[in-house]
Design a protein around this ligand. Structure first.
Ligand SMILES: [Zn+2]
Length: 109
């Protein structure tokens, strides 16, 4: 069971989060260029899903939205949720938070 961590690198990938697989020694290797070590998460619409892997709760409580589309019933927009997810991910970067990989790197193995 492997863990994942998000990081950022302003000089290399300024607008993205870099999702990294945590190595056995607890370190990450965001710049290796190897898809087994890290992947870029650049699309706004991918942020809610990634944030959820790190413990963020979708503000839509009725279940109609996964965070990437508006939910009229809850009165939350995709923009709101993406902003919230992005802020959460920034905090995870700050904290160096590590969580179990829900399948970003382990799928298909
Ligand atoms: Zn809803």
């Amino acid at each position: 069971m492997s863990k994942i961590q998000v990081t950022r690198d302003r000089s290399w990938a300024p607008c993205c989060f870099i999702l990294c697989k945590v190595k056995d020694d607890g370190s990450i290797n965001p710049r290796s260029g190897d898809a087994k070590d890290s992947m870029l998460v650049q699309l706004d619409y991918d942020f809610p899903g990634l944030a959820q892997a790190f413990g963020w709760q979708v503000p839509c409580t009725c279940g109609a939205s996964d965070g990437s589309v508006d939910c009229e019933a809850c009165g939350v927009t995709a923009d709101d949720m993406i902003s919230s997810a992005r802020a959460y991910l920034y905090q995870c970067v700050e904290d160096g938070k590590q969580v179990e990989d829900p399948g970003y790197f382990d799928s298909g193995e």
